[in-house]
Unconditional design. Structure first.
Length: 272
């Protein structure tokens, strides 16, 4: 009899604890920023992947660079699910991201590119739990490169970060990078001085130079459309390498030239 009572009490306590944890996780507000420019072919899928998230304490911010196609109209069709929308000329994607961060009021900030979408409906819930359950300032995960049909072409598996890994050419996928909003005000926003390497430079500055603690979420978070500004031509690739070198040199990488050689080599396993 007493054993049954104890069992019922334990079940009640466990259920109460789970509800309390769920409540704490739902209290975590995530500010999600999407930057768009003439993205009519992809933005609807991107927005739908946000609306479908089970974590509902989300502040969705879209910054448009003054699109001339139907991007703005598509965004307006979902305006009830978008908390801030700004459409005006900017100085590029990272300038637009900075605008979004300054509008954000959430505890956590992350970016979702207009060409990308969440891997499933639980992504933001799992990210929120990762911040809730671990004493960390940054959470990052894994990413799949996909074609227009959704077929996986490359798999970026980040692995657990150890201090000094950036010296070996390591970096997390930027679209999976989520951090506490206050970090931007403590350690700086995206620097436009680094061109297409501004995302790499910011992660390098936060994780390597300032040694902010990070948690690796071993889960595919993002489906990313293959391509990117820095890969569109040989000229852009060379510019990107120069920006990488400057970012390394200014953020404490011990041997920038050696790291520049290692960085592309780390991509080879993504194809297998």
């Amino acid at each position: 009899m007493f054993s049954l009572i104890r069992l019922r009490c334990q079940i009640y306590i466990n259920l109460h604890d789970k509800r309390r944890i769920f409540s704490f996780v739902q209290d975590i507000k995530i500010s999600l920023i999407t930057v768009t420019f003439n993205a009519e072919s992809t933005i609807e899928k991107c927005i739908r992947s946000v609306i479908g998230q089970t974590h509902k304490n989300v502040e969705y911010i879209i910054i448009d660079g003054g699109s001339s196609d139907n991007t703005v109209q598509i965004i307006n069709n979902s305006k009830n699910n978008i908390h801030h929308f700004l459409s005006e000329p900017d100085r590029g994607i990272y300038d637009a991201m900075n605008k979004g961060i300054k509008l954000a009021t959430g505890d956590i900030v992350g970016m979702l590119n207009a060409d990308d979408y969440f891997a499933d409906n639980e992504v933001l819930a799992v990210i929120a739990r990762s911040f809730n359950n671990n004493d960390v300032q940054i959470v990052y995960g894994d990413l799949d490169y996909v074609d227009e049909t959704g077929k996986v072409l490359r798999k970026w598996r980040s692995g657990i970060y150890r201090q000094g890994f950036f010296n070996r050419g390591w970096m997390p996928p930027h679209p999976t990078f989520y951090c506490k909003r206050k970090l931007f005000y403590q350690f700086g926003f995206y620097s436009l001085e680094y061109g297409t390497a501004a995302d790499y430079e910011l992660m390098l500055r936060f994780m390597h130079l300032n040694r902010l603690n990070a948690f690796y979420l071993q889960k595919v978070i993002i489906k990313m459309k293959i391509g990117g500004i820095s890969n569109k031509s040989l000229f852009n690739r060379v510019k990107g390498l120069l920006f990488d070198f400057r970012a390394m040199r200014n953020n404490g990488i011990s041997m920038p030239l050696f790291t520049m050689l290692l960085k592309p080599l780390r991509k080879i396993p993504q194809f297998f």
